[in-house]
Design a protein around this ligand. Structure first.
Ligand code: MG
Ligand code: MG
Length: 625
C-alpha cells in the first residue's frame, strides 16, 4: 500500500502544503477542491508543480450530492461531474471521489443510486477516468460502507469502485468484519483517520477532532487487518480535519502523518503481517528508567541550582573529566549540571535560559532505539565528542531538547565511569530519601500535544492514559500522560489554549516547550519532609481549607491528617492506593520539583492540581512558574 495524504490535513497555501508533503516523503497526494480553488494558478500550473515535486494525485475530491437526485437536478449533477472531469484532465488525475448525498432533495434506494453510478461510470470510462463512492457517516440515505459497497456492486461497472474511510466506519460503530469479503480490486481508495471517542454530533466531531492514526482511540489496526484481507493494494491516504493541525506548521504535520503511517504498518508487522510494505524496523524501545536529567545553566545559576539540589539531599558525586559538567546524585537519580560555554547545552541555555536541556533514558538497546527513531523520521542529534568521550545516541525532543538513549549492555552503561571523575563516596550522607524519578512534566503548545504524543508512543514502548482537563486559575489546562506499563517512565504533557494558565506562561517565559517540573519518588514522604525542613528548603504552603476539605472527603484519622497539614503534604487515593505529594517552591520562577510517595496509586493527583496551581499563583502572581 502506498502512503498518501490529503492536502486538507495541512495549513498554508497549496504550494506550501505540497512542498511539505513531498519533503515528508509522500509520493501520493489527494487534492481537495478548496485548495485548488484558492490556488494561485491554473490546474496545468499545478500539474507542473506536482511533477516537479514527484507527486502523483490519487484523487480529486470531494464530489458532493450526486446519487439519487430527482430530475432536473439529476441532469445537473452529471453536468457538474463533466466539469470536474475537465479539471481532472488538466490536473492529470484519474479518480473522482464521490461522497454520499446529504441533500434533503435526494431519494433513497440502492438500485437508484447504483443506476446513477453506472451512468457516471460510463461517462468516466469514456474519458479514461474512474469514480469512487464513499459513505459519509452523516449521509442522508447511504451512511454505512456496506450500503456503499452494495451500490458499487450493483452498479457493476469496472470504472466504479468503493472508498473506505476509517473515521466514517468507526464513527457509527459499524462492524468491520464485512469489509473482509469486499474484493480488493473493487476498493479504489482507503482513507485513514483516527479520533478520540467523543460524545458529540458526528459532523462536528469529524470536522474538528480527526487525528492521525495512533493519536486517537479508534482501532485502526483492526481496520488495517480487515483491509489486508481484501487484497487491497492501493493508496492509504490520511484525511484529517483537525483544528490543532490547522494551527501547526505544514512541514511538521506532514512528517507526523508519515510517522503515523509508518508506525501503523510497523504494528501490522508485529501482528505477523509480512507484506513488503511493512517496514522492517526495531521494536519500540523498552524504557527501563530515567538515567539522568541534564540542566543547562550559566555559572551564577549553577551555584544557586547546586544549593537547591543540596537542600533536597543531592550531593555532587562526579565531575566531567574535561567539561564544566557535574553529576549530582541521590538514590537512582542523576542530575547533570552543565555550564559549558559551547555545544548543545549552551545553545539551549542561550535560547531558553536555565532549563532542562536533555533527558537520558535507559533503554533495552540504545542502537536500536536511535535506528527506530531515524526510521520514523524523528530528528537524530549528533555533536562532536571529545577524546575519551562516548557518542551517546540522541534524538530531538520537545522544545529542541534532547532525548539520549543509554543501555545496560554497551559501553554506554559505563558513561559515568568513562567520562566522569568520581569525587568521593557519599560520606555516609543520608540524603532526603529520594529514590528515583517518578515523572517528568512538560509544558507544550496546545497545538503540538498530538504531535508529541505520537513522537513518544511511536518511539517508546509506552501507552497513553485518557486526557484530563485541569482547572488553573488562568483557564483550562489539558494534561496527557504517557507511561510504561511498569511506571519506569512517566511523562505528563500539559498544554493550554488560554494564555493565562501557568502552563502557557511557562512557554512564553521560557521561549518554548520544555520541562516544567520533575517529581521524585520517596518511600517515606514524612521523613523526606522533615529532612527538607532541616535543610531549610521552602515548600509550597498548602492552605488549611484544603485539609478541612480533605477531612470531609476521605477517611483519614485526625493524627494522620495533622501530619499531612504540618508538612504541606497533598493527599489522594484511588482504588489502587494512596498518593502523597509535596511541591517545592519554584527555582527562580523557572521550574519546580515535586516529591511523591506512591502506595500502589497509579495516577498523578489531578484532584490536587488546582490547589497547587492556586498556591503557586498566589506566590508569583506575575511571574511564570
Ligand atoms: Mg473521507
Ligand atoms: Mg499550610
Amino acid at each position: 500500500m502506498r502512503t498518501s495524504i490529503a492536502t486538507v490535513c495541512l495549513s498554508g497555501g497549496l504550494s506550501e502544503k505540497l512542498a511539505a508533503i513531498a519533503a515528508a516523503g509522500f509520493r501520493v497526494v489527494e487534492i481537495f477542491e478548496n485548495d485548488l480553488v484558492s490556488y494561485n494558478g491554473t490546474p496545468t500550473d499545478l500539474r507542473k508543480e506536482l511533477t516537479a515535486l514527484d507527486l502523483e494525485v490519487v484523487t480529486f475530491q470531494p464530489f458532493r450530492d450526486f446519487e439519487g437526485m430527482p430530475e432536473p437536478q439529476r441532469q445537473k449533477t452529471f453536468d457538474r461531474a463533466e466539469r470536474k472531469f475537465d479539471l481532472m484532465q488538466e490536473l492529470g488525475c484519474d479518480l473522482l471521489m464521490v461522497c454520499s448525498n446529504v441533500s434533503p432533495d435526494s431519494v433513497g434506494g440502492i438500485d437508484r443510486a447504483a443506476a446513477d453510478f453506472r451512468e457516471l461510470g460510463e461517462r468516466a470510462a469514456k474519458r479514461g477516468f474512474r469514480v469512487a463512492f464513499e459513505a459519509l457517516a452523516w449521509g442522508r440515505h447511504i451512511n454505512d460502507y456496506r450500503d456503499a459497497w452494495e451500490v458499487v456492486r450493483r452498479a457493476d461497472h469496472p470504472n466504479v469502485g468503493l472508498v473506505l474511510d476509517s473515521f466514517h466506519t468507526f464513527a457509527r460503530k459499524t462492524e468491520i468484519k464485512s469489509m473482509r469479503s469486499i474484493p480488493g480490486d473493487r476498493i479504489f481508495l482507503v482513507q485513514l483517520a483516527d479520533a478520540p471517542w467523543l460524545d458529540m454530533d458526528v459532523l462536528s466531531w469529524s470536522r474538528h477532532f480527526r487525528c492521525f492514526p495512533g493519536q486517537g482511540d479508534m482501532p485502526l489496526l483492526d481496520f488495517m487487518q480487515a483491509l489486508r484481507a481484501t487484497g487491497y493494494d492501493g493508496a492509504l491516504s490520511l484525511e484529517i480535519f483537525n483544528d490543532q493541525f490547522r494551527a501547526g506548521s505544514p512541514r511538521s504535520v506532514a512528517v507526523d502523518g508519515m510517522r503515523s503511517l509508518l508506525y501503523l504498518m510497523d504494528q501490522m508487522g508485529r501482528k505477523g503481517d509480512t507484506a513488503p510494505d511493512v517496514p522492517k524496523i526495531p521494536p519500540r524501545a523498552t524504557c527501563v528508567g530515567v538515567e539522568f536529567i541534564e540542566f543547562a545553566v550559566d555559572d551564577r545559576t549553577a551555584d544557586e541550582l547546586e544549593r537547591f539540589f543540596s537542600g533536597l539531599g543531592f550531593y555532587k558525586a562526579a565531575q566531567h573529566k574535561s567539561k564544566a559538567v557535574a553529576r549530582w546524585t541521590q538514590g537512582a537519580i542523576n542530575l547533570v549540571i552543565n555550564k559549558e560555554k559551547e555545544g548543545f547545552a549552551h545553545s539551549h541555555y542561550v535560547t531558553h535560559g536555565p532549563s532542562v536541556c536533555a533527558i537520558g533514558l535507559m533503554v533495552g538497546n540504545a542502537t536500536e532505539a536511535i535506528d527506530r527513531a531515524e526510521r520514523l523520521h524523528d530528528t537524530p542529534f549528533r555533536q562532536k565528542v571529545g577524546p575519551g568521550e562516548l557518542e551517546i545516541p540522541a534524538v530531538r525532543g520537545m522544545g529542541g531538547s534532547l532525548l539520549y538513549f543509554l543501555d545496560p549492555t554497551s559501553a554506554l552503561a559505563k558513561v559515568w565511569d568513562i567520562e566522569f571523575e568520581q569525587l568521593a563516596d557519599d560520606g555516609g550522607r543520608t540524603g532526603a530519601g529520594l529514590t528515583k524519578v517518578d515523572h517528568i512534566s512538560q509544558s507544550t503548545y496546545y497545538e503540538d500535544m498530538l504531535s508529541w504524543l505520537l513522537f513518544y508512543t511511536s518511539l517508546l514502548d509506552v501507552h497513553k492514559t485518557p486526557q484530563l482537563d485541569i482547572t488553573d486559575p488562568g483557564g483550562i489546562v489539558r494534561s496527557q500522560v504517557i507511561e510504561t506499563a511498569d511506571g519506569a517512565l512517566r511523562i505528563a504533557m500539559n498544554g493550554s489554549q488560554s494564555q493565562r494558565t501557568q502552563s502557557s506562561k511557562f512557554i512564553n517565559e521560557y521561549f518554548g516547550s520544555g520541562v516544567q517540573h520533575i517529581a521524585f519518588a520517596t518511600d517515606d514522604i514524612v521523613a523526606t519532609a522533615a529532612r527538607l525542613k532541616a535543610n531549610g528548603v521552602a515548600v509550597l504552603d498548602i492552605p488549611e481549607n484544603y485539609y478541612d476539605d480533605l477531612e470531609a472527603r476521605v477517611d483519614l484519622n485526625p493524627e494522620r491528617l495533622a501530619v499531612l497539614e504540618a508538612n504541606n503534604i497533598l493527599y489522594d487515593k484511588d482504588a489502587d492506593g494512596e498518593y502523597l505529594q509535596i511541591y517545592t517552591q519554584s527555582f527562580k520562577d523557572l521550574f519546580f520539583l515535586e516529591i511523591v510517595e506512591r502506595r500502589g496509586y497509579k495516577g498523578f493527583g489531578a484532584v490536587n492540581a488546582p490547589i497547587r496551581l492556586n498556591a503557586q499563583s498566589r506566590l508569583a502572581p506575575d511571574a511564570a512558574l
